[in-house]
Unconditional design. Structure first.
Length: 747
C-alpha cells in the first residue's frame, strides 16, 4: 500500500511506526502508520516551513480540535495528534479504498443507483461535519474515499471552524476549480453549509458522467462558468438531474439542506451493501487483501490523504460557520422530511423514555444511512443531548437542580411537573415527539406540527387531545383561523383544514404541484393566502379549499417563500429578488411594489398603516398605502421582523438581535447572539424568546436587551418557540436527529 519510504521520510511519528508514503499536498506529507497494537492509520506530517510559523501552529491546533468533533459514520475520524510536536502531525483512521476520482478515472462513470447511494452517504457526512460547526470548503472526488459500507469524506485540513476569525489569512481562497461554489469565487455571500451542498452536486455529476458540471479547462474558465453559466447536466438520469440542479443553484439560499438531500437520495438505496460498481468493488477487495497480508495490519479502518492547502480559518469580519446558512428564517428553510427513527410506540401516546445508552452516553440507535449501507459492527458516534438531563431533574437555565418532579406519564406522553410557580426557564413538562416543525396555540390548546401531521395538546400537561394525519411532513407552524379552523401545508403541496375541536379534517386542497414547496398559510376573513415556489400567490376559500384568485410574480428557485402578510385589505408577499408586492386581498390586483435591493428573505410585518421589511443589508418602514419608505436603517435582517408596542424586533441570524423604535428606526439596543439563530423572535410578556440553532432557548428582556435566562433542550432547535400564558413551548432534537423533544418552560 502506498510507495516506499525515502531517506528523508520519518520512521516514527509519535507512537506510530511509519511504513509507507500515501500522498502529499500543500500542507504536508501523508504516511501509512502502524500503532503499537497494529492499527493502520494515516499520519499527516506538516511541512517544516509551515510548522515554523507560530500563526500556522495556532490555526493547525484549532483545526485539529475542530476535526475531533466530527464523528459521523461517513467521515474519517482524527484518532491522535500533536500540534506542538516537532514535527506537528495528526493521525486519522485508514481504509485501503480508492478515491472517487481514482475509481471514475480508471473504470468510468457510475450507474445511477450507485450515484444515489454515494450522494446519500456524502449528505450524511456533511450533516455530521456541519453539526460540528465546520464547513469543509473543498469537497471533491479526491477527498471522497470508497469503502464497502459507504463513502468517507476526508481532508479537514482546510475546513474552517466556528469562532476562528481572528486567525485567518486574509485574501486566501480555499477550494478546487470546478467544485467551488459561486460565493467562494465571488465573495458576494458568506461561505457556509450551502457551499458544501454546491460541491456535493458537482461531485455527483462527476460520478455519474465522468466530468464536472462545468466541463474542463483552465481554472479561470471553470471559475467563470461556475459564476455566470448554467451547469451541464444532460448526462444525468432524470431521477438525479432535478436534485443535482437544485444543489448547483447560483444563490446559496436556494440550495437544499443536507438533511433534505439525505432523505431524497437515500429513498431508493438498497440495503445489501452492493452500492459500488463491480470493478470498483473488486479493486477495494484487492486492496483489503493486500493490507490484511501485511503482518502488522489490523482490521479495516478509514484513510485520509492530504491533497489540499493549509488550513485557513475565516478572515476577520468573515462570517463563521455558526452564521452560515442559506436561508435564516423558518419560512425560507426547507425542513428535511425526516421520518422518525423510533418505533410507533414512541408516538405521543407512549411515555417518554430515553434511548438505551452506551459508554459516555452514546446512543445505541442507528443513523439514518447505517441500514442502507449495512454498517454492521460499527458503533454509532455518540452525541450528547442536553434534554436527557431533564429526566433526572436537571435543566440548563434553571437555578435549581431537581426542580422538576417526576410526575406520571399521561395519555399524551407528557410528564407533569406538578409545580405552578417556577423561575423563568424551568421545566414544566417534556415529552418525546416526532420531528416538530411548528407550534402554535390559542387559549387552552397547543397545536403541534410534525412528520406525521397535526396534534392538539393540553398545554398544562402535554397530553394529547387529538391527532390528524396529513400523510406528509407539515412544513411550518399551523395557523389558526377565525372559524375554529387550523390550517397547515404539507410537504406534498397539500393545504389542510382541520377542526380545532375534534381534529377532523374538513378538507384538503392540492394547491401545490407535486412536491413544490408552499409558504406557510396566512388566514384572512373567509380566505387563506399561500404562495407557491413557482411565484404564485393564491387566495383559497376557507369553506372548501377552492382557489378564488391567483397573482403571479417573478420567481425562480427551490426554497419556499416567506409567509404573506395581510394588512388593511392588502396581501403583502416577498419575492426572492428582494421585491415586496402589495396585492388587493379581494381582487388579486397589484397595488404597489417596493424593491429592497439586496435580497429580502423574511416575511413582512405590518401595523397601524406601516409595513416593516428587512433585507440582507437594511431595515425599512414603508407607508402601507403607497409603499414609499418612511425610514430606513443600515441593519441587516435574517428573521421576520416582529412588532410589539412601539418596538420592532429582528435579528441578523449571526451577530445580534436588534430592538428598533418603530416610529423612527432608531436602534434602542442590540443583544449579541452567542450562536446562530434560525427562527424569528417571539415576543410576549416583555420578553423576547430566541431559539438558537444549538438547541438553546434564550429569554431576553424586551426593554433592556439583557438576557434573563437560557435553557438547553437539545443539540438543534427544530421550530420557533410559542408562548401561551405563563408557559413557553420549545422543540429541539439531538445532533443525529435520533430523538426529538417538546419542552414546556416557565416564562
Amino acid at each position: 500500500m502506498g510507495t516506499a519510504l525515502e531517506a528523508e521520510d520519518p520512521r516514527q511519528v509519535g507512537r506510530y511506526r511509519i511504513v509507507a508514503r500515501l500522498g502529499a499536498g500543500g500542507m504536508g506529507r501523508v504516511y501509512l502508520g502502524r500503532s503499537p497494537g497494529g492499527r493502520s492509520v494515516a499520519v499527516k506530517v506538516v511541512h517544516q516551513e509551515l510548522a515554523r510559523d507560530d500563526g500556522f501552529r495556532r490555526r493547525f491546533a484549532r483545526e485539529v480540535a475542530t476535526a475531533r468533533r466530527v464523528t459521523g459514520v461517513f467521515t474519517a475520524a482524527v484518532v491522535d495528534a500533536d500540534p506542538d510536536g516537532e514535527p506537528a502531525w495528526l493521525a486519522t483512521e485508514y481504509v485501503p479504498g480508492p478515491s472517487l476520482g481514482e475509481a471514475v478515472d480508471a473504470h468510468g462513470p457510475w450507474p445511477w443507483p450507485g450515484v444515489r447511494a454515494l450522494g446519500a452517504g456524502l449528505a450524511e457526512a456533511l450533516e455530521a461535519i456541519h453539526g460540528a460547526g465546520v464547513i469543509h470548503r473543498d469537497l471533491k472526488p479526491s477527498n471522497v474515499l470508497l469503502a464497502q459500507d459507504g463513502p468517507r469524506v476526508i481532508d479537514f485540513g482546510i475546513s474552517v471552524a466556528a469562532g476562528s476569525t481572528a486567525l485567518t489569512r486574509t485574501g486566501t481562497m480555499v477550494g478546487t476549480p470546478g467544485y467551488m461554489s459561486p460565493e467562494q469565487l465571488s465573495g458576494t455571500a458568506p461561505v457556509g453549509p450551502a457551499s458544501d451542498v454546491f460541491s456535493l452536486g458537482a461531485v455527483l455529476t462527476y460520478a455519474a458522467t465522468g466530468t464536472g458540471p462545468f466541463g474542463t479547462g483552465p481554472a479561470q474558465a471553470l471559475n467563470y462558468r461556475i459564476v455566470h453559466e448554467q451547469p451541464r447536466l444532460d448526462g444525468l438520469p432524470a431521477s438525479l438531474r432535478d436534485v443535482v440542479a437544485h444543489c448547483l443553484a447560483k444563490r446559496a439560499e436556494l440550495r437544499p439542506e443536507v438533511g433534505f438531500l439525505l432523505d431524497e437520495l437515500g429513498r431508493e438505496v438498497q440495503d445489501d451493501g452492493s452500492w459500488l460498481p463491480g470493478p470498483v468493488a473488486e479493486v477495494l477487495r484487492e486492496r483489503r487483501r493486500a493490507l490484511t497480508a501485511s503482518p502488522s495490519a489490523s482490521g479495516p479502518v478509514r484513510p485520509e490523504v492530504e491533497e489540499g492547502a493549509a488550513p485557513r480559518p475565516p478572515a476577520e469580519g468573515e462570517a463563521t460557520p455558526s452564521s452560515l446558512h442559506r436561508a435564516p428564517t423558518a419560512a425560507s428553510l426547507p425542513p428535511p422530511p425526516v421520518h422518525p427513527p423510533t418505533a410507533p410506540a414512541d408516538r405521543p401516546d407512549a411515555a417518554p423514555t430515553p434511548p438505551a445508552a452506551g459508554p459516555a452516553g452514546q446512543s445505541a440507535g442507528p443513523t439514518r444511512r447505517r441500514a442502507l449501507f449495512a454498517l454492521s459492527g460499527i458503533a454509532v458516534a455518540g452525541a450528547g443531548f442536553g434534554a436527557w438531563r431533564l429526566l433526572d431533574g436537571r435543566a440548563d437555565g434553571s437555578p435549581e437542580a431537581g426542580d422538576r418532579s417526576a410526575g406520571s406519564p399521561g395519555k399524551g406522553g407528557g410528564r407533569e411537573t406538578g409545580a405552578t410557580r417556577r423561575p423563568g426557564g424551568s421545566v414544566r413538562w417534556t415529552r418525546k415527539e416526532y420531528p416538530v416543525t411548528g407550534i402554535t396555540g390559542r387559549e387552552r390548546a397547543l397545536y403541534v406540527a410534525d412528520a406525521e401531521g397535526l396534534s392538539a395538546l393540553d398545554p398544562g400537561s402535554g397530553r394529547t387531545r387529538w391527532t390528524c394525519a396529513t400523510g406528509e411532513l407539515v412544513v411550518d407552524s399551523p395557523r389558526l383561523g377565525a372559524d375554529d379552523g387550523l390550517y397547515a401545508v404539507s410537504y406534498d403541496g397539500v393545504l389542510h383544514a382541520v377542526d380545532t375541536g375534534t381534529g377532523r379534517e374538513r378538507w384538503a386542497s392540492e394547491v401545490g404541484r407535486g412536491k413544490e414547496r408552499l409558504s406557510p398559510v396566512v388566514p384572512g376573513d373567509e380566505v387563506l393566502y399561500v404562495s407557491r415556489s413557482d411565484g404564485t400567490l393564491l387566495a383559497v376559500d376557507t369553506a372548501d379549499g377552492s382557489v378564488r384568485w391567483t397573482y403571479s410574480f417573478a420567481f425562480e428557485g427551490f426554497a419556499p417563500l416567506p409567509a404573506p402578510k395581510v394588512h388593511q385589505g392588502t396581501v403583502l408577499v416577498v419575492t426572492e429578488q428582494g421585491v415586496l408586492h402589495a396585492v388587493d386581498s379581494a381582487t388579486g390586483r397589484k397595488r404597489w411594489e417596493f424593491d429592497g435591493g439586496p435580497r429580502m428573505v423574511t416575511a413582512p410585518e405590518a401595523a397601524a398603516g406601516r409595513v416593516y421589511v428587512c433585507t440582507t443589508a437594511d431595515s425599512y418602514a414603508l407607508d402601507a398605502q403607497t409603499g414609499r419608505p418612511v425610514w430606513s436603517l443600515r441593519t441587516p435582517g435574517a428573521s421576520d421582523p416582529v412588532l410589539e408596542g412601539d418596538t420592532l424586533f429582528h435579528h441578523d441570524g449571526v451577530k445580534a438581535l436588534y430592538a428598533l423604535d418603530s416610529g423612527t428606526g432608531k436602534r434602542r439596543w442590540s443583544f449579541p447572539l452567542p450562536s446562530r439563530v434560525l427562527f424569528a423572535p417571539v415576543v410576549a410578556g416583555g420578553v423576547v424568546h430566541l431559539a438558537d440553532d444549538d438547541g438553546t432557548l434564550r429569554a431576553v428582556d424586551a426593554r433592556t436587551g439583557e438576557q434573563r435566562w437560557s435553557f438547553s433542550g437539545g443539540e438543534k432547535a427544530s421550530a420557533s418557540a410559542t408562548v401561551l400564558g405563563n408557559t413557553v413551548f420549545f422543540a429541539a432534537s439531538d445532533k443525529e436527529r435520533a430523538s426529538y423533544h417538546l419542552h414546556a418552560l416557565s416564562v
